[in-house]
Design a protein around this ligand. Sequence first.
Ligand SMILES: *[C@@H]1O[C@H](CO)[C@@H](O)[C@H](O)[C@H]1NC(C)=O
Ligand SMILES: *[C@@H]1O[C@H](CO)[C@@H](O)[C@H](O)[C@H]1NC(C)=O
Ligand SMILES: *[C@@H]1O[C@H](CO)[C@@H](O)[C@H](O)[C@H]1NC(C)=O
Ligand SMILES: *[C@@H]1O[C@H](CO)[C@@H](O)[C@H](O)[C@H]1NC(C)=O
Ligand SMILES: *[C@@H]1O[C@H](CO)[C@@H](O)[C@H](O)[C@H]1NC(C)=O
Length: 355
Amino acid sequence: MRTLMLWFLPIFLLCSFCSVALWIFLCNNNVNPRPSSRIPQKSSESCKGCSKDNVFIAKALENYSHKWKKDEANFKRFRSLLSSKCHAVSKAVVTQNNTPLGSNVIYDGERRKPLQVTQALFNILAKEQPFGNATWESCAVVGNGGILANSSCGEEINSAQFVIRCNLPPLDNRYEKDVGNKTNLVTANPSILHEKYSGLMERRRPFVESLRPYGQALLLLPAFSYGHNTPVSLRAFYTLEDFGSDSLLPVFLNPEYLRSLSKFWRERGLNSVRPSTGLIVASLALEICSNVHLYGFWPFSKHPNDSRPITNHYYDDRASKKNVHSMPTEFEHLSKLHKQGVIHIHLGKCQPPLS
Ligand SMILES: *[C@@H]1O[C@H](CO)[C@@H](O)[C@H](O)[C@H]1NC(C)=O
Ligand SMILES: *[C@@H]1O[C@H](CO)[C@@H](O)[C@H](O)[C@H]1NC(C)=O
Ligand SMILES: *[C@@H]1O[C@H](CO)[C@@H](O)[C@H](O)[C@H]1NC(C)=O
Ligand SMILES: *[C@@H]1O[C@H](CO)[C@@H](O)[C@H](O)[C@H]1NC(C)=O
Ligand SMILES: *[C@@H]1O[C@H](CO)[C@@H](O)[C@H](O)[C@H]1NC(C)=O
């Protein structure tokens, strides 16, 4: 009996470990606490035996399998619930209106160290909400999941009125066919600014040049999640300002909005530290768009259709290091909304447009 236990325990631990490790970040979110909570990287090899994911995939597919049709009543109900709790239209971004001079910005991940809004900070806040009065007819929210590779969804994504992307993803001609090239809003997490651009402490021109593909989109910076996110986000802002005119418009994500959004999803059973960037922008889209399409959201390493292995991102197979989000649980919630006709998740190949 004892020896049996000795064998069973490591197997059990291995299985729990890999289901945790498989929680891939679709919209690779690293607006995180300092990297203390290291979680080992995913290893698809060791996960072959973990059937929990397979069950989950099967369940998710079941919800996905029937033809999607928008349910106007469900959509309206969900949207008004969401807007009554989160108010994205007036709160998603920090503005001079919702954050007066002299007030305190309370970090959503570090409540005890508020930041006072000085004149200098106030001056660079957006004058008004970028989502002002608009309701877009159709929005494409593009996650970075490997499921997008070879999807041929580029044209369909481009045809949306408002296209949201996550964490400065590559859009060059290697990927254009699958992910499109139109962008109206793109997020940039502080971690990518550190990893790819030396935290903007060295040459800044490469940063500015790499942003060209996004045209004049809004650049959404989660500057106020943790204290250490602020300086690098401000450097991104100043860099764009200093290098001049026709580039991205940087705006700061409002920690108050994030707090209410976390609460909204927590009350629906999501107990991660905070929603991932993907869930944040999908929620935002649900408030500002009449038709919300999700692409590149699929937190598993196997393709739903034929179980072929898929990479972590459409552009690489880097695993995420941290584990503050529970992607499969988030996906389950989105999947429920898909089933209810509220949000349209695209997993398969897109139809080539009729010409
Ligand atoms: C499928 O939908 C049901 C209800 O519509 C939901 O409870 C369940 O969590 C969903 N499953 C997955 C894996 O998304
Ligand atoms: C929204 O509408 C108000 C009044 O109609 C107007 O003053 C404001 O400029 C508009 N904002 C945007 C972002 O369009
Ligand atoms: C995409 O298609 C190309 C060419 O058919 C193939 O080499 C590549 O492995 C595919 N990538 C994925 C992720 O399926
Ligand atoms: C997207 O690509 C098309 C053709 O490849 C090009 O004409 C268009 O200007 C590009 N759009 C953006 C926003 O880069
Ligand atoms: C799944 O694969 C089959 C056969 O390759 C294809 O006909 C079908 O369109 C695919 N479905 C999706 C959702 O990609």
